[in-house]
Design a binder for this molecule. Structure first.
Ligand SMILES: Nc1ncnc2c1ncn2[C@@H]1O[C@H](COP(=O)(O)OP(=O)(O)OP(=O)(O)O)[C@@H](O)[C@H]1O
Ligand SMILES: [Mg+2]
Length: 243
């Protein structure tokens, strides 16, 4: 299958600081769920920030459907259909659920279409509809994460990037987040996620990427990564955890 997004050997860092990413590559196929795993400080969040234009890429390429994205601003990359939910979710705590959804569509022209899409999302997520006029900051962690993920749909994205969507959530709630990802994927939206619980992330994904020390060590079908004894030992907590 033709790749949707191709990240090739990128180098990136913060300001004039050292290269945090140096040789990070990624192949993203349409409609699939991709999971980036790797130890703390490996550069997983930095890779997501580089793809969405928040960080300047020094070397290498990010190509979306044949179009080079490096050098473009975050809002331009958003217009290309890549939506990023950072680890801290970036919600407006003092705004209502409905207002947060509207904010997600700031690149859209025409208020009528924006409002129509907000209603569409509220229909799709009954929990959000119920809390539409409640401040986002008053909701539970799982509800806020649901809002952050649902908000990406407002621009009808082709790729949604999620940085540790399960962080701080109870296991039952985490499964709900994976169910939303599966729903996105069934709708043809490509999901790229970073997951601290590598085992769980890979089990819920089609494709896996192992990043360490700023470079891609391996990428391939998630089931192959789960079955690889060396990767299991180094990144999945050893043999027991994978049983
Ligand atoms: N804003 C920043 N300025 C300078 N260095 C940073 C900044 N953010 C991250 N770094 C450094 O970049 C490296 C990679 O960090 P990054 O957050 O990308 O790792 P990560 O794989 O997402 O780790 P974690 O699992 O802890 O989230 C780390 O050494 C970190 O200290
Ligand atoms: Mg991170």
């Amino acid at each position: 299958m033709q790749e949707l997004l191709q990240v090739t050997n990128i180098t990136a860092g913060y300001g004039d600081g050292p290269a945090i990413l140096d040789g990070a590559s990624l192949t993203v196929e349409p409609g699939k769920v991709h999971c980036i795993i790797g130890p703390n400080g490996a550069g997983k969040s930095t890779l997501m920030k580089s793809i969405c234009g928040m960080l300047k890429i020094r070397k290498g390429d990010v190509i979306l459907k044949g179009k080079r994205l490096n050098g473009m601003r975050p809002d331009q990359i958003l217009r290309e259909g890549i939506c990023f939910v950072p680890q801290e979710r970036a919600l407006f705590a003092k705004m209502t659920v409905r207002e947060n959804l509207r904010m997600g569509g700031f690149i859209l022209d025409g208020q009528k279409e924006l409002y129509r899409r907000v209603d569409e999302i509220l229909e799709r997520f009954p929990m959000l509809k119920e809390k539409a006029d409640q401040h986002a900051g008053t909701m539970s962690g799982g509800q806020q994460q649901t809002l952050a993920m649902a908000r990406t749909l407002i621009i009808k994205p082709s790729i949604v990037m999620l940085d540790e969507p399960s962080l701080g959530l109870a296991p039952k709630v985490i499964q709900e987040m994976f169910d939303i990802m599966k729903m996105m994927s069934a709708d043809g939206i490509t999901v790229l996620l970073v997951e601290q619980n590598a085992l769980m992330g890979l089990k819920n994904s089609d494709w896996g990427v192992v990043l360490d020390l700023g470079r891609t060590l391996f990428q391939g079908p998630a089931k192959d990564i789960l079955a690889d004894p060396r990767i299991r030992e180094l990144y999945l907590g050893g043999k027991k955890a994978a049983a």
